[in-house]
Write a protein of this length. Structure first.
Length: 406
């Protein structure tokens, strides 16, 4: 008898972040519905992922977790404090709270509101490209991929000037908690960063109360001051979600997207020569890069997926990145970029169902302008160093990439 090693999802393996794709491939083939030794379930097939995300009968709220990973819970309680209240951000709330919170914030994300931001985005991109042009070189994450989404969400919220590098460091520590596996040191760093970020947001909210303007933060403060629509805790948690979600994800689409196009020069050339492909190409990069690799749901009843019984109260991680590379959905060339791919917008990079990313049109617009303009202005851009990955399992992306632009 031959011993076949069981498929084991180990995102801590060397080289995983640089290329998780062969792991997903293996899991989709051998164990597409995977129960990990740390207790969570993982889904790797497109059909399973999109069906679960769209199932209104499941939850996103931690209170419904029946099977906690005791070690992880103890670590978090030690770092964040036992009575740290759970976040009230819409991403972790079910209806009716979710519906109320999302409705309040949605007004800033209407198609007209996003379209009105186009000139702001174009100016920010052109200014960044001017600096690169003058210098002849760039570290693309530092010069474009990070500051663009950061500045855009700051403008939308009406944030006062802040120390960008400091905030970047805090939010980077905080989003590490989205990884399915995290060290004790990282949990403590996240808790510390969370306290500092909360203190900064409290100060910003107090400043904005005294300096109201025509911006999202003022609108949310008014909803809070109106009384029963938004508590002050909810106000801070929505601002925190928008601020962090606004830049920690789009940075990976723009930075890693440019990296992938430079590695696929024939695709970059097709896109460079045909701006009408900007919209489709960005969706293809969203599919291919998958800036958020996992989302999750918590089961509210006993369900069965792919023949596996999953008990009430289980955490089920939906493998968005794996779903986006599933050949059963995308065909044999799923692991290749095709900027003309038909139907690519069916990717699940923005999730699906009632929690579908509220900032999706904004992220798409930022990437269309940034990547389109970069490619056309610097047709000879080349990598001059190795890409450095950010070491994150979930918000995976390039952290540094040096380029010569002419
Ligand atoms: C490429 C960039 C982005 C990606 C890949 C992304 C991805 C996601 C994903 C996967 C979800 C969870 C969906 C689910 O579980 O079904 C989500 C939710 C969310 N995103 Fe994004 N996002 C991006 C950019 C943004 C931006 C720019 C903003 C705002 C400025 C934003 C705001 C939000 C909010 C508020 C939610 C919570 C929605 C809810 O719970 O109803 N995102 N996003």
């Amino acid at each position: 008898m031959t011993d076949i090693a069981p498929t084991f999802f180990n995102p801590l393996e060397d080289g995983y972040v640089a290329s998780p794709w062969s792991h997903f491939d293996d899991l989709r083939r051998n164990e597409p519905v995977h129960h990990s030794p740390i207790g969570q379930w993982f889904l790797f097939r497109y059909d399973d992922v999109s069906a679960l995300l769209r199932d209104p009968a499941q939850s996103v709220d931690d209170v419904n977790i029946a099977h906690h990973n005791e070690d992880r819970l103890a670590q978090f309680e030690k770092a964040f404090g036992e009575d740290a209240e759970r976040s009230t951000s819409m991403l972790g709330r079910d209806a009716p709270d979710h519906t109320r919170l999302r409705r309040l914030v949605s007004k800033a994300f209407t198609p007209a509101a996003i379209a009105a931001l186009r000139p702001v985005i174009e100016d920010l991109v052109d200014d960044a490209l001017d600096v690169m042009d003058e210098r002849g070189t760039t570290e693309i994450v530092h010069d474009l991929a990070f500051p663009l989404p950061f500045d855009v969400i700051s403008v939308m919220l009406g944030m006062p000037e802040s120390d960008k590098d400091q905030v970047a460091q805090w939010s980077s520590a905080i989003v590490k908690t989205l990884d399915p596996i995290i060290t004790e040191e990282e949990v403590f760093a996240a808790a510390d960063a969370d306290r500092k970020m909360s203190a900064l947001l409290d100060e910003v909210i107090a400043w904005k109360r005294a300096n109201p303007a025509d911006d999202l933060l003022t609108a949310l403060i008014q909803a809070e001051e109106d009384g029963d629509r938004l508590s002050s805790r909810e106000l801070r948690d929505q601002v925190s979600l928008l601020f962090v979600a606004g830049h920690e994800t789009t940075v990976n689409l723009i930075g890693t997207g440019i990296y992938e196009l430079l590695r696929n020069p024939e695709q970059a050339a097709i896109l460079r020569d045909d701006p009408s492909l900007d919209v489709n190409a960005i969706d293809e990069l969203l599919r291919f890069v998958s800036p958020v690799q996992f989302s999750r749901r918590i089961t509210l009843d006993d369900i069965e997926i792919g023949g596996h019984p999953i008990e009430t109260g289980s955490i089920v991680m939906t493998g968005l990145a794996s779903a986006n590379h599933d050949p059963a959905k995308w065909g044999d060339d799923a692991d290749r970029i095709d900027v003309r791919r038909a139907g690519t917008a069916q990717h699940v990079s923005f999730g699906s169902g009632s929690h579908y990313c509220l900032g999706s049109s904004l992220a798409r617009l930022e990437a269309q302008v940034a990547i389109g303009r970069f490619l056309r202005r610097f047709p000879d851009a080349t990598m001059t160093g190795e890409a450095e990955w950010n070491g994150r399992i979930n918000l995976r992306g390039i952290e540094r990439l040096e380029l010569a632009v002419r």
